[in-house]
Write a protein that binds this ligand. Sequence first.
Ligand code: AKB
Length: 315
Amino acid sequence: MKDTILVLGACGQIGTELTLKLRDIYGKKNVIASDIKEGNAELMETGIFEFIDATDKNAISAIIEKYKVTEVYLMAAMLSVVAEKFPDKAWNLNMGSLLNVLELAKEGVVKKVFWPSSIAIFGPTTPRKLTPQTTVMEPTTVYGISKLAGERWCAYYKNKYKVDVRSVRYPGIISWKTKPGGGTTDYAVEIYHEAIANNAYSSFLSENSRLPMMYMDDAIKATIDFMQATEPKEYLSYNIAAMDFTPAEIADSIKKYYPDFKITYSPDFRQQIADTWPESIDDSKAREDWDWKPTFNLAKMTQTMLKNLKEMYIM
Ligand code: AKB
């Protein structure tokens, strides 16, 4: 039987490009996009779209039944910055949607689930350089707490009910197609837009604030590769890594194309979140267990971002 996939939160930054890639692989008819709001024109025009609130289990269940869905990618989430402003809403969305999908998978309707975790599961007591797969995890943000609790819920449903749920711990994700919303790592996307639009950027993180990052194509590749990997794998949620850099380093990479580009620094409350996260990630387990390997470094990403954004801003 062919897989039929439902993407919840398909209009978000990762959801948009993930859905388009899944449609390339599995066929347009077999990948149903859904979100609480409309998204990118390409996403809306290339296949089926359904309005779904991911906290509404009956609504998800009805769509699963309607299209005979076998796999769910649950991409709906409130990110770190917005979650600090609305802790109860963040908890309800991040946990409620996950428990809905895990329950449906437990009932046997859905055969496989993808759920995104994050480097936000780590906290100030975690080793910050080359953070290992298994280590101290004491997140201090609402978002990080919800992601760590989510990992534990996934493990519970996997162990107790044999639910096939898989996850990766995304670092900051950079892309030109869809802007991120409400994350601490968003500066690394904003900076490219501002470079093209104004040749200047004021960073909300300090000059030397180093964080793990990844270009979107690699994040999508990791997601789909892990979902297609044959079971069993040792871990349910894997560290993945591609690069790490500071605002000063990304600015230097932009200056290679725009020598007059100016960066200034006005760290705000988001700095406190960044200070609790790792600087770099050890992803050797993902490399060993399912051949994970990134293809973009900072130089290649900057070249790709600037080229595509330039064309987008000119159009
Ligand atoms: C955020 O900044 O909140 C996210 C994340 C690291 O999960 N991009």
